[in-house]
Design a protein around this ligand. Structure first.
Ligand code: HEC
Ligand code: HEC
Ligand code: HEC
Length: 441
């Protein structure tokens, strides 16, 4: 038997590259069986790569005790308790039971899980990694007694049997061999992106029946952008204007590790992914991910690279830019993002020639301007620089005009944003109603 704190110290001192899951105090539950320590430690690293904590922890709740509400098209689903508590968690799960849930989407009692649990991605986790994850959840996580909540889904939609048809139609076969244990960084990156890190759960568009349009890079839709929780998880393919074609491998690594680069910052769901998951990955794994992403062909062939154009900056400085978009930008945005659109590196992101801004779908930008955002706090970049929300200051027309201005200035060339698009996002994300303006305002 080895005391929790001592084990934690051992685990982290022994391998400085592996770091604790964010905010989780690791305690040993029942003593780690001989020869499993290394495995538990490896499982802990994998649990942060898989970001289990993000969904399986309620706001302010005990780590991994479940109860977080996740919106779905048919109602709210709650994540379950995956601590090793024997009555309310998965303490009685064998490795086989755990594997069945994790990779096949089938709970111990035989029912099919909602695909909100990304088992279609986890199907590509190799058996030895499943074993390590199991060891971590049995011996590295504090048991918490917390009963699972039933989903808020009305009958007849609440019946689970249609889920098993969905699973049979869309779940890929699980990985049975260890072949992905390759030392080739690109193959390691592909293994993580398609599998445990489940990047495609957010970044791949879904069909009407909600399956991802492609689960591997065999399909051109893979990682080509999807909308999740009112944000566009944009394309990660090779397009230069709205993909990652213009990002270097080092910039992708820096973004995933620190949540920012000289020209961009993580926001919305991605800020949480960086904070809970990718910042804890080793440099070797992040490099593999970046190198793999750089192999993805553009969705649209032949995009021309953006070139900086200083006419908007000149017009703003000389006062000749008098449209509502330019004026709204000067009054509300220029202090941080500057009239040049270049911002301040790693503090206030650059808006000029930005892949975030040049997406056809403006959902993320509208959401951010209405509700503001905060960069993730990471070990290498701890400061949460923030942007205020403008929902109570700017009308739908103002937001549309300022974003249209941003999307057509400094070399950016993305489609205009309409007031109707802003109104739709304003309702969907629960922002304040439009401000009332006095007649002479
Ligand atoms: C995107 C959200 C999400 C992520 C990430 C996630 N889960 Fe889940 N998980 C869920 C939801 C939601 C359920 C419950 C589904 C249901 O009730 O049908 C679930 C169910 C489970 C179950 C079944 C538990 C039971 O009571 O039978 C296990 C085991 C599980 N998850 C383990 C994991 C592990 C391990 C990870 C990380 C490698 C993980 N999950 C990551 C959302 C998630
Ligand atoms: C929970 C949903 C979610 C998951 C999972 C997720 N992302 Fe994201 N990602 C987003 C959203 C939303 C954005 C847009 C906001 C932003 O740019 O930060 C984004 C943006 C990005 C960007 C910035 C691209 C740009 O051009 O600005 C990169 C790079 C990225 N994600 C990589 C990844 C990788 C690699 C993974 C898997 C390890 C991943 N993401 C997993 C939601 C997600
Ligand atoms: C107080 C400084 C500040 C002000 C004022 C401000 N922003 Fe921001 N902006 C930021 C910060 C910080 C971020 C990064 C937020 C995050 O990561 O969550 C950001 C992010 C952005 C992004 C995403 C860029 C990227 O690559 O991730 C856009 C677009 C944007 N701001 C537009 C605007 C517009 C339009 C206005 C005016 C209506 C504005 N901002 C006002 C500080 C500011």
């Amino acid at each position: 038997m080895i005391a929790g704190a001592a084990w934690a110290a051992y685990a982290f001192a022994d391998n400085p590259a592996s770091t604790p899951v964010a905010g989780v105090v690791v305690t040993v539950v029942a003593g780690i069986p001989a020869g499993q320590r290394q495995l538990v430690q490896q499982g802990q690293y994998l649990a942060s790569a898989g970001d289990c904590i993000a969904c399986h922890t309620a706001k302010g709740g005990k780590p991994f005790a479940g109860g977080l509400g996740i919106a779905s098209p048919i109602g709210k689903i709650y994540s379950t308790n995956i601590t090793p508590d024997k009555d309310t968690g998965i303490g009685n799960y064998t490795l086989e039971d755990f594997d069945k849930a994790l990779r096949h989407g089938i709970a111990k009692n035989g029912v099919t899980l909602y695909p909100a649990m990304p088992y279609v991605s986890y199907a590509k986790v190799k058996p030895s990694d499943v074993k390590a994850l199991y060891a971590f959840f049995m011996y590295g996580v504090q048991p918490a007694s917390q009963a699972n909540k039933a989903a808020d889904i009305p009958w007849p939609l609440s019946m689970r049997w249609p889920l098993s048809f969905w699973r049979m139609m869309y779940a890929p076969p699980v990985l049975t061999d260890e072949s992905s244990a390759s030392n080739d960084p690109v193959l390691r990156g592909k293994y993580l992106v398609e599998g445990l890190a489940h990047c495609s759960a957010c970044h791949t568009p879904r069909a009407l029946t909600l399956q991802e349009r492609s689960l591997t890079d065999d399909g051109k839709w893979f990682l080509s952008g999807g909308v999740i929780d009112g944000y566009l998880a944009k394309s990660l393919r090779g397009d230069v204007n709205d993909g990652l074609g213009s990002w270097s491998e080092a910039e992708i690594v820096e973004f995933l590790k620190s949540g920012r680069t000289a020209h961009s910052a993580a926001f919305g769901g991605m800020a949480e992914v960086v904070e809970d998951s990718t910042q804890h990955m080793s440099d070797a794994d992040l490099t593999g991910i970046a190198r793999y992403l750089k192999t993805l062909a553009p969705l649209t062939a032949g995009q021309k690279a953006m070139v900086y154009d200083d006419s908007a900056a000149k017009a703003l400085r000389t006062g000749s830019g008098r449209g509502n978009g330019a004026l709204t930008f000067l009054d509300n945005c220029a202090a941080c993002h500057r009239t040049t659109g270049n911002g301040y590196g790693r503090t206030f992101p650059k808006l000029a020639q930005s892949t975030t801004i040049n997406t056809a779908d403006p959902t993320s930008l509208i959401h951010l301007v209405l509700l503001g955002g905060q960069m993730p706090s990471t070990r290498t970049a701890p400061t949460h620089y923030g942007m205020p929300g403008f929902d109570d200051r700017l009308t739908d027309r103002d937001v549309a005009d300022v974003l249209t201005f941003v999307r057509s200035s400094w070399g950016n060339h993305a489609p205009a944003v309409s007031a109707e698009q802003v109104a739709k996002v304003r309702r969907a994300v629960g922002a304040a109603g439009q401000p009332k303006r006095a007649e002479n305002d």
